[in-house]
Design a protein around this ligand. Structure first.
Ligand code: FES
Ligand code: FES
Length: 161
């Protein structure tokens, strides 16, 4: 076992991990931070997306030990300080950007990364940025609409589906 220490959502945490322990497993099983979902464990679905040192990472593709000393952000750290939904989460709720919700934590983390580098993305740019996140329920239309709304763009002419 190896001791690993990282900062998650602004709080320093430590744990003992095996070399093979994935970051996703460390978050969910060791820290009980189950907002990060595991849909495939094979790097395809994006449900496990977090940010590591400001970069979007599928946490099932990285060993926990590799995050030694890193700044990690997860869905648990996305709400506003008063506990209310942040602008992205609120837009997903307002525009029905989820059904079962399984993909949603990853979608929110991916969206946060997109809006940081591209605060007013086009619909095409949103769709391209979601390439690594699979949703089996929504058909993506309302997710894209929610993301455009979260970026402050007028979505009133986009029909709900
Ligand atoms: S669980 Fe990591 S990409 Fe699917
Ligand atoms: S809302 Fe069910 S997988 Fe996306």
């Amino acid at each position: 076992m190896t001791k690993v220490t990282m900062t998650i959502n602004g709080k320093e945490v430590s744990g003992d991990v095996e070399g093979r322990t994935l970051l996703s497993s460390f978050l969910r099983e060791d820290l009980r931070m189950t907002g990060t979902h595991i849909g495939c464990d094979t790097s395809q679905c994006g449900a496990c997306t977090v940010h590591v040192n400001g970069k979007t990472v599928k946490s099932c593709t990285m060993f926990a030990a590799e995050a030694e000393g890193a700044q990690v952000s997860t869905i648990e750290g996305q709400a506003n300080a008063d506990g209310s939904l942040n602008v992205i989460q609120q837009a997903f709720q307002d525009h029905h950007g989820l059904q079962c919700g399984f993909c949603t934590p990853g979608m929110v983390m991916t969206t946060a990364a997109l809006l940081k580098i591209n605060p007013k993305p086009s619909e095409q740019e949103v769709r391209e940025h979601l390439e690594g996140n699979i949703c089996r329920c929504t058909g993506y239309h309302n997710i894209v609409k929610a993301i455009l709304a979260a970026s402050g763009q007028d979505v009133s002419t986009i029909a709900a589906e």
